[in-house]
Design a protein around this ligand. Structure first.
Ligand SMILES: Nc1ncnc2c1ncn2[C@@H]1O[C@H](COP(=O)(O)OP(=O)(O)OP(=O)(O)O)[C@@H](O)[C@H]1O
Length: 349
């Protein structure tokens, strides 16, 4: 069970203005876990933002820090082992890292909605769907009785659940995985949040249901003007739903930009490797799928300089020095010294 982190960040830090139009702005986020008596950064100097109604993706291999970034936004990093060690999480310009725990409880589920990978485990098996939907409506909107019931029916209807009035009495095990994820989306969006955090929302579902759920989530979030952070390792999903992409590697963002540009012309060798390893119908059948050699480093023993350099086919001596994320064109940032030298890419998604 994830325990909320209660530590309030540095009280003396001055508030900073939010980027224009951004609902969520994450700046210089650093989150650490204590391992054998030492703080190890698993999210390191992460910066990204999301505008109203926009979907922004966080992609990368397992262990790259995607989920911990989302937990940090919600201030749900498991404490005391983990803690947010620096940065800002600005929601409409207000830094969530400076709020106390009661204030955060008022934000989670109301201003920030969440959808996770496993709908069956995210829903409470011993309570009806109606009770679980009604809880947020009561706590955050003060709705009870008939008003809560009517709103719950509307919400279930809005996520395409047939016979919504009957479903209020159902328990999670009486619904399919896809239906449970629809309920989770209804709960997550019940208070019309400013932000939706969707962490691998369809990984546990079959492909047809995945598409339906993603279409639904996208349509509902757009209709409400909710800013969505979509965490996934599925680059096909990213291409379809995200307008901007952040590629994470070993706790850092190594490339960010508009989805189309990034797919057409990846400038970081890691992004390129990820895109090349996506199966494509136009490749000859017998041709081996290119894979990125080696394994990602563990956060406790990162290589010197660029963390990708031991696996990088474009590595040079200079890559042993730290590589900052630098802007190569408006909105496009890459943490690679050789970003301008990579030859044109022949597309992937
Ligand atoms: N509770 C924890 N205690 C210690 N280390 C943790 C904990 N949770 C995550 N980590 C470490 O933080 C790093 C980032 O993990 P995270 O779950 O964010 O990765 P991810 O990119 O979301 O991967 P996945 O796609 O597998 O979910 C990993 O090295 C992981 O081992």
């Amino acid at each position: 069970m994830v325990q909320p982190q209660t530590k309030v960040m540095d009280e003396t830090a001055p508030p900073q203005a939010s980027r224009e139009g951004a609902v969520l702005e994450v700046k210089g986020l650093r989150t650490v876990f204590r391992q054998r008596g030492v703080d190890v950064s698993v999210v390191n100097d992460v910066n990204f933002d999301i505008r109203a109604g926009e979907t922004v993706a966080l992609v990368g291999e397992s262990g790259s820090g995607k989920s911990v970034s989302a937990l940090s936004v919600m201030r749900l990093v498991p404490s005391p082992k983990g803690r947010i060690a620096g940065g800002q999480v600005l929601l409409d310009g207000e830094d969530l890292l400076r709020l106390d725990e009661p204030a955060m409880r008022g934000i989670r589920g109301k201003t920030i909605g969440m959808v996770f990978q496993e709908p069956m485990t995210s829903l409470n098996p011993i309570h009806t769907i109606g009770r679980q939907l009604g809880e947020g409506l009561r706590i955050h909107l003060g709705l009870t009785g008939k008003a809560a019931r009517e709103r719950s029916i509307e919400l279930l209807d809005s996520v395409g659940i047939p016979r919504p009035a009957e479903r209020l009495h159902a328990y999670p095990h009486q619904l399919s995985g896809g239906m449970c994820q629809r309920v989770m989306i209804a709960i997550a969006l019940s208070c019309e949040p400013r932000i939706l955090l969707a962490d691998e929302p369809t990984t546990a579902l079959d492909v047809t249901t995945q598409a339906q759920i993603l279409e639904l989530m996208d349509a509902r979030a757009r209709a409400l003007g909710t800013a969505t952070l979509l965490i996934t390792h599925d680059l096909g999903i990213v291409a379809r739903y995200a307008s901007r992409v952040n590629v994470m590697y070993a706790g850092r963002i190594v490339e960010q930009g508009e989805a189309r540009q990034l797919y057409d012309n990846p400038r970081h060798p890691y992004t390129r490797g990820l895109l090349e390893s996506v199966p494509r119908l136009d490749r000859p059948r017998r041709q081996e799928l290119p894979a990125i050699e080696g394994l990602p480093p563990s956060p406790g023993s990162l290589p010197q300089g660029c963390p990708f350099q031991p696996r990088c086919p474009f590595r040079q001596e200079i890559c042993g020095q730290p590589q900052a994320l630098r802007e190569i064109s408006p909105g496009r940032r890459v943490a690679c010294i050789r970003a301008d030298e990579l030859s044109p890419f022949d597309g992937a998604a």
